[in-house]
Design a protein around this ligand. Structure first.
Ligand SMILES: *Cc1c(COP(=O)(O)O)cnc(C)c1O
Length: 486
């Protein structure tokens, strides 16, 4: 009997354990196809859409399989508030190794000496990274100058000419915008210098969202030095071109440099924040003066605005930074610029105005307004024929000077293998789309609200044989250029 009871108890225990195991892992080892068919279907549709779309959006790119594997890894499960070797949680020996590797690769990629530059890789994206920098350096109501959104500046640098408070930065700090000369399209450094003398900003932002020319960092440094301001350079979309030395080196002049990781660097979505450290100079008595950015920036990120770092993302960024150190990455960025030149030449031959009448980076700003074309209508029509494009407006949808242009970037399609001739074909497609839009709207004016335009564009593609032809040609063209790693 005793033996029997013991046997029963053992069985009960065994069943309980079995139940616990089943409960703990139920469904967790299933692939997304079985576990969530509804979401999986959406993802599959997005894959098909991306494959069949000519992507000219200047801020987008495609990430490698290895970087995506890192992003999908177990690094996601670990909390690691703090910095490497100085954490608030146990169990971070490998997370530390990973984050230090990521930091070192970022410094190496831009040829920086760790005694002169520090780096943080934890910011969740570039908009928050820029806000961390402002909150780290400034007190409430301190002054900042930045390129206006109407002229191609980024929202995260502040606001617009009307001083509407559009971003968090503009709520807490006083921002004055500088601009471009609308004729030449070039940044008006003289006016910036003049205004800085009475506005006396503590920070000047260099860098833009949509600017197709080199930025004169040396000039910005001089202006900052003359008024004792800190120079923050936001590399945004052009960091790959800077890392490969195709564009000038901002690190010679800047105090702080920020960059996205998911644009020209082809990594997962995130940001890099570099800050100067070490000896700045000597005072009159011969004592060393040191940069004091490190604590300000690090503390602004954690505990200032963020909690646990996204370790899976940092792991993916580390992979992308390794890829960016390879020789073929340099060749890639060189091709990006050649392709932008080809795009510029094609539009120029078709008598379009191009802002700054050229380009020195990945970006071509094509003026459609002067051709009598509404850029919002054009974007939606092009979407119907497998071409994704971008124009900049204010967040409330209000048009500005820069909204007259489509901002076309060559990074994503160059990743997919397009060269100069392919970009000539792409320019041809866009020009045909623009002419068809004009033709259609002379018959019947196109609507102006985004939702109605979308419907209007869909209906026109169904009923217009020239648009259908364009759609078919673009679809068969884009098939030649695979999206990597899907
Ligand atoms: C894209 C961009 C940003 C914002 O990046 P997010 O990661 O989308 O927040 C900020 N500044 C510049 C110059 C950019 O191009």
């Amino acid at each position: 009997m005793i033996v029997g009871r013991a046997f029963k108890q053992t069985c009960k225990l065994f069943n309980q354990q079995q139940a616990r195991i089943v409960f703990a892992t139920q469904g967790l080892n299933q692939g997304i196809k079985e576990a969530d068919p509804q979401l999986n279907e959406i993802i599959q549709k997005e894959i098909q859409r991306q494959k069949s779309t000519i992507n000219l959006i200047p801020s987008e790119n495609y990430t490698s399989l290895s970087a995506k594997q890192a992003v999908g890894s177990i690094m996601n499960s670990k909390y690691s508030e703090g910095l490497p070797l100085n954490r608030y949680y146990g169990g971070n020996q490998f997370i530390d190794k990973m984050e230090i590797l990521c930091q070192n690769r970022a410094l190496e990629l831009f040829g920086l000496n760790p005694s002169e530059w520090g780096i943080n890789v934890q910011a969740h994206s570039l908009t928050p990274a820029n806000f961390h920098v402002l909150t780290g350096l400034l007190q409430n109501h301190d002054r900042v100058m930045s390129l206006s959104i109407e002229h191609g500046g980024h929202l995260s640098h502040g606001q617009n000419f009307k001083r509407e408070k559009l971003s968090a930065g503009s709520v807490y700090f006083e921002i004055l915008n500088y601009g471009i000369n609308e004729k030449s399209g070039l940044i008006d450094y003289d006016k910036l210098e003049e205004q800085s003398k009475y506005f006396l900003p503590k920070v000047i932002f260099g860098g833009a969202d949509l600017y197709s020319r080199k930025i004169d960092y040396e000039r910005l440094r001089k202006i900052c030095d003359s008024i004792g301001a800190t120079l923050v350079v936001d590399l945004g979309q052009v960091s790959g071109l800077v890392a490969t030395k195709i564009l000038p080196d901002p690190f010679k002049y800047a105090d702080i440099v920020t960059s996205a990781t998911h644009k020209s660097l082809r990594g997962p979505r995130g940001a890099l924040v570099f800050y100067k450290q070490g000896v700045k100079g000597v005072d009159k008595k011969g004592n060393e003066i040191k940069y004091d950015f490190k604590n300000k920036i690090e503390n602004a990120i954690f505990p200032g605005s963020q909690g646990g770092p996204h370790n899976h993302t940092i792991a993916g960024i580390a992979v992308a930074l390794k890829e960016a150190q390879q020789q073929n990455f340099k060749e890639y960025q060189q091709q990006v610029v050649k392709n932008a030149q080809a795009l510029f030449q094609s539009f120029s031959q078709k008598q379009y105005n191009i802002l700054t009448n050229g380009t020195e980076n990945h970006l071509v700003l094509v003026d459609f307004k002067s051709k009598g074309i509404n850029t919002l209508q054009l974007i939606h029509l092009l979407e119907q024929v497998h071409i994704d494009t971008y124009r900049s407006t204010l967040p409330n949808g209000k048009e500005t000077f820069i909204s007259s242009f489509l901002a076309l970037g060559t990074h994503p399609m160059t990743t997919r293998g397009c060269t100069e001739n392919d970009f000539k074909t792409i320019a041809e497609f866009i020009d045909r789309g623009a002419l068809l839009l004009k033709e259609l709207s002379t018959k019947q004016p196109a609507p102006t609200s985004a939702q109605e335009i979308q419907k209007w564009a869909e209906q026109n593609v169904q009923s217009n044989s020239s648009l259908q032809k364009l759609q078919q040609e673009a679809a068969s063209f884009v098939k030649q250029f695979e999206v990597p790693s899907i």
